[in-house]
Each structure stands twice: as structure tokens, then as C-alpha cells.
Design a protein. Structure first.
Length: 280
């Protein structure tokens, strides 16, 4: 299973780079979150930054560089740690005030899940030097699986609350739309509880990541390219659809990173147990 989930880091990093490129493009074309510069048409995009040109560029460059460092394996633990802190900043200062609305709640917990994914990735990466991280940073890194797990449970609950709407997102060529809406809801909840309690967490993360990867291929990419009957307005020129696709890819990577972390923790526990037996 460890070999299967290894690409999780790459999926996550590619999604972060793609979101960085999207921020740069949206800054260039002046496409912001429901607002715009004078003379520009309002267009909902860029899920994390206020409508300021310099913030769009800054966020884009940071995400692009962070994703590249993760792919190239350049200081992956440090990069993932600070990337998680950046997304925590988005959660606390940009998303929390809009948590009441359904769409905003989804964005809030997507951001929180990406934050948790980054910290799980940091925990699976070897330290770059002999210095241990500060207790505060170590605590943040350790919280990664729980942030990801809690977000997954919330996604499941939201799916149950809005089953009919979720069913409309299933591609028309797939039968039993309502069944898949129920299935997805309970899969989210079960995976979140499993990862949070560390019971069968490797299987839960693997299956959850696979589910997101299938959504990326079967649902989000066709919508973003304008090839689906459920595509949003102005696809494939709607940046919202591309944001959703890249976030789904990041979540797929997050699921597989959670699985790899669970496998790594299990291996460490076995090694400690064998060491205790050998020394006794």
C-alpha cells in the first residue's frame, strides 16, 4: 500500500502549483472574488485572497514556489510546515468570518483540510537538519491528521444536509445519483472518524484519496473543460471550476498523504515494540 499512496505528495504539490498559477492569471486578468477593479466584470474566483492585485500575485508566487519545492523535494518538511501555516492564516483571517453560509463553510473546511494535508506531509518528511522544531511548530504538525479528519466529517454532514443538490452534481451517465450522494456522505464521515481515531487510517486515507482522484477525473475536469452537462457558466473559461478541480486534486493528495503517515506511524510502533522485546 505504501507504494500506491506515494504519489500523494506529487498530487498535492501539483495542485498547489496549479492554484498558484491560477492566482497569477487571475491577477493578470483582474478576476477576483465577486468584485473587480473599476471597469472590470465581477467574476467569482481566487478562493483565499481579498481582491487586491498585489495579494493575488504574492499568493500566486508563494504557492508556485512551495509546490515546486515539494515536487523537487527541496526542504520538504520546512516547505510543507510553512505552507500549512499560510493556509491556517487563510482559515483564521479570511474564511472564518464567512463560515455561516454553505458555500463559505465548504471553502473554510477545504482550506482547513489543505492546511492539515500540508502538515501531514511535513510529518512524513525527514528533518532537514539536526535541530528539532519548536514545540509550537511540532504541535501544529501533529494536528494535521485531526484537521483533515474533522474537515472530512463536516463534508459528510453537509452532503447529508444537501443530498438533492449533491445528487445533481453526479454526471448524467452515472446511474443512481441519490445513492452516490448518500454513499459519498457516509464515506466522508467514516474516513474522517477512522483517520481521527487512527483506526484503519491507512485504508481510510487511501480510499478517500482515491475517491477524490476519481472526482477530479470524472467530475471536476469535465466541468472545468465544459464537457459535462453540469458544467458551470462560461466553462471552460470559469476560474471557479478550475479552482474546484485543483482543490479536489489537493484533497486526493491529502488522503494519500494521510495513508502514508498512518503506515509510517505503524512502522515506527512496530520498530519500537521490537526494540523493547530485544532489550528485555
Amino acid at each position: 500500500m505504501n507504494e500506491i499512496v506515494k504519489p500523494g505528495r506529487i498530487f498535492f504539490a501539483v495542485a498547489i502549483m496549479a492554484l498558484g498559477v491560477q492566482h497569477l492569471l487571475c491577477g493578470w486578468f483582474r478576476l477576483f472574488d465577486g468584485r473587480s477593479f473599476p471597469g472590470e466584470t465581477p467574476f467569482a474566483v481566487i478562493p483565499w485572497v481579498p481582491p487586491h492585485l498585489w495579494l493575488a500575485y504574492l499568493t500566486g508566487f508563494v504557492l508556485l514556489i512551495a509546490g515546486f519545492c515539494l515536487i523537487a523535494n527541496i526542504c520538504p518538511r520546512t516547505t510543507a510546515t510553512w505552507l500549512g501555516i499560510l493556509f491556517l492564516f487563510f482559515v483564521v483571517f479570511l474564511e472564518a468570518s464567512r463560515l455561516i453560509r454553505l458555500g463559505a463553510r465548504t471553502t473554510f473546511f477545504e482550506t482547513l483540510a489543505i492546511c492539515g494535508s500540508a502538515w501531514m506531509l511535513a510529518e512524513t518528511s525527514a528533518p532537514e537538519d539536526s535541530h528539532k522544531p519548536t514545540p509550537a511548530l511540532e504541535w501544529l504538525i501533529k494536528s494535521g491528521p485531526f484537521l483533515f479528519a474533522f474537515s472530512s466529517v463536516v463534508f459528510g454532514v453537509d452532503h447529508l444536509l444537501y443530498l438533492r443538490f449533491v445528487a445533481t452534481l453526479v454526471p448524467s451517465w452515472i446511474p443512481w445519483h441519490l445513492f452516490w450522494a448518500y454513499f459519498t456522505a457516509f464515506a466522508f464521515i467514516a474516513a474522517g472518524l477512522s483517520i481521527g481515531t487512527r483506526q484503519l487510517a491507512a485504508w481510510a486515507g487511501t480510499l478517500l484519496g482515491t475517491m477524490f482522484l476519481l472526482w477530479f477525473v470524472l467530475l471536476h475536469l469535465p466541468r472545468a473543460l465544459g464537457l459535462s452537462a453540469t458544467s458551470g457558466p462560461r466553462a471552460p473559461h470559469n476560474p471557479n471550476e478550475w479552482s474546484s478541480a485543483f482543490i479536489a486534486l489537493a484533497m486526493a493528495g491529502g488522503g494519500w498523504i494521510a495513508a502514508r503517515l498512518a503506515l509510517q506511524n505503524r512502522t515506527q510502533r512496530l520498530q519500537r515494540t521490537r526494540g523493547m522485546v530485544a532489550s528485555s
